[in-house]
Design a protein around this ligand. Structure first.
Ligand code: GLC
Length: 529
């Protein structure tokens, strides 16, 4: 579908002004970041690097930096002995991480990676806000505000917000063609991390008045989004929600979709040119056949009254109960409930408790007792996936697994880790489809590591949690802040200078047990904090 003329003209204008902004004006001060206006492009990489260096050396940025956080980040004193890093390794990772967030800052939101992902991605942004929180509290709230600025009237927060024109990504707004003109978002969602991030920001806030003000505004928006998940993706009241596109899971190319993706590609699929392959080697990206399936879904959804959520659930040929979205939703519900109680919203807290109660039951459908792991379920055939992926361990992070289930998961995880140099691979290394380089079919993601490690800690598996944390530190110090990593060699893969990898380094190093949710993770609802 060709975009309307006025859309093209406005995008062109935007491109020209963006390019003008990119021309460096060396004397312009970079700080404060929080004052960067929406619509302005951040300065070039060099300037971001210089600014970071100057601020670190001289403390000139003191007003904006969270001095206590930075002090913690640059000192080892506050850490337990076994968590101490070599000082230079630690400060190198911290410096680079701050630099990457600043460099990918587009004024109010952070792109995942220059070129490869030039817009605001949903769960990336929520995770990234926890990274900003470590050194610029105001900017961290702004990240979440911008994410919700394009929330749909029905509550959905889309997987991508297209704030500014870019031609380095496919499929862009002209392909999605969502109802607003020009299209501002994609037409599907992504794992709902926002409430987890908001709680993290709120609990660790030094500017408490600001935090209170921000969370009050964000709370109803987050609640509306969670309601959307249940209304649009669980109209049958199973207690667990469906995803209707692999992109909704965030684990786009997972082998868990191999079976459910066996629907027929539409023969009238418009020809297209992929942009990802100009940034990243084809061996690390999904195949053409997989892309044809992605686009078949997209075009079918667009034809269905422009992504009408009430209809999509019934017409989508891809219909999966995904562990990543459901674990994150469950965990985010705990955090949203906690926020509701802070704000004195009892009724809303009870509504969320009902979701949690139903979720406890719903997760049972996803437990495969024979192999001792959770699995995604094809809702159309009713079968559990024939692949065990790293999402199998995320119910630990949700706190929905029983102690017995946790023990079985840990036995599996230990087996996986014995087969690779760096954990946690995204697929069971003994699965014949294991591919150490290809996107979600073998490589390690830091955000998944953080969630698994966090979950393990809460179930009392400290040693294993530390092994995963140490592997993550080794990977980033060896290969840099890459999108993902080869579990056999530790080499970096996919995009470079990746925002959520940077954010994870900051938040994880700063708050080793980040986002506390209490000790009683499973069990009756009164222990849900
Ligand atoms: C890839 C990932 C997805 C992520 C996006 C931006 O598409 O699979 O989870 O949100 O990149 O980083």
């Amino acid at each position: 579908m060709a975009p309307p003329q006025d859309f093209m003209a406005s995008q062109k204008e935007e491109l020209i002004s963006t390019m003008t902004d990119l021309i460096a004006t060396p004397s312009e001060p970079r700080y404060p970041v929080t004052k960067a206006k929406k619509g302005r492009h951040s300065p070039s990489n060099d300037r971001g690097q210089q600014a970071t260096e100057v601020a670190l050396r001289t403390g000139l940025d003191h007003e904006n930096w969270r001095s206590r956080s930075l002090h913690r980040l640059f000192s080892v004193g506050h850490l337990e002995y076994e968590e101490r890093l070599e000082e230079d390794v630690r400060s190198h990772i911290v410096r680079n991480s701050i630099h990457v967030l600043r460099m990918n800052d587009r004024g109010g939101y952070t792109v995942p990676a220059e070129g490869l992902y030039p817009f605001q991605w949903n769960w990336d942004s929520a995770i990234v806000s926890a990274g900003w929180a470590v050194f610029d509290e105001e900017r961290s709230w702004e990240e979440l505000e911008t994410l919700f600025s394009d929330q749909w009237a029905d509550g959905m927060v889309a997987s991508i917000n297209f704030h500014k024109f870019s031609e380095t990504y496919f499929p862009g707004p002209e392909i999605w063609g969502t109802p607003e003109k020009p299209s501002k978002t994609s037409g599907i969602s992504q794992p709902p991390v926002a409430a987890m991030a908001a709680r993290f920001l709120y609990e660790h806030a030094e500017m408490q008045d600001l935090a209170k003000e921000k969370i009050e505004v964000l709370f109803p928006k987050m609640l509306a989004w969670h309601r959307w998940w249940y209304k649009a993706r669980d109209p049958e009241n199973r207690g667990v929600v469906a995803i209707l596109h692999p992109w909704e899971s965030g684990m786009d190319n997972s082998p868990a979709w191999d079976e459910p993706m066996k629907f027929r590609i539409d023969i009238d699929l418009p020809p297209y040119v992929r942009r990802d392959l100009t940034h990243v080697d084809a061996s690390m990206r999904p195949t053409k056949d997989t892309y044809d399936h992605y686009l078949t879904l997209l075009y079918r959804f667009k034809k269905t009254h422009f992504y009408d959520p009430d209809q999509l659930y019934w017409i989508s040929p891809f219909h999966v109960t995904d562990l990543c979205v459901n674990s994150i939703l469950f965990r985010a519900n705990r955090d949203l409930r906690w926020i509701a109680l802070q704000l004195g919203k009892q009724e809303e807290a009870m509504e969320i408790e009902r979701w949690l109660d139903d979720g406890f039951k719903g997760f049972n459908m996803l437990w495969d007792d024979q192999t001792g792991v959770y699995k995604c379920q094809d809702h159309i055939t009713g079968k559990l996936a024939n692949a065990a992926t790293s999402a199998a361990f995320l119910p630990l992070f949700a706190g929905v697994a029983s102690k017995e289930q946790a023990a079985k998961l840990v036995a599996n995880l230990e087996r996986w880790l014995s087969k690779v140099k760096y954990g946690v691979p995204s697929l069971d290394p003994e699965d014949p489809r294991f591919d150490q380089l290809r996107y979600w079919r073998g490589p390690v993601w830091l955000i998944i590591n953080w969630m698994i490690s966090n979950g393990l800690r809460h179930y009392g598996y400290e040693e294993l949690a530390n092994r995963i944390k140490q592997d993550s530190i080794d990977l980033t110090s060896k290969a840099g802040l890459r999108e993902y990593f080869d579990p056999m060699t530790g080499d970096g893969c996919g995009g470079k200078q990746f925002s959520w990898t940077a954010a994870m380094c900051l938040a994880w190093l700063d708050r080793p047990a980040a986002i506390a949710i209490g000790h009683k993770l499973s069990g009756p609802k009164k222990h849900l904090d």
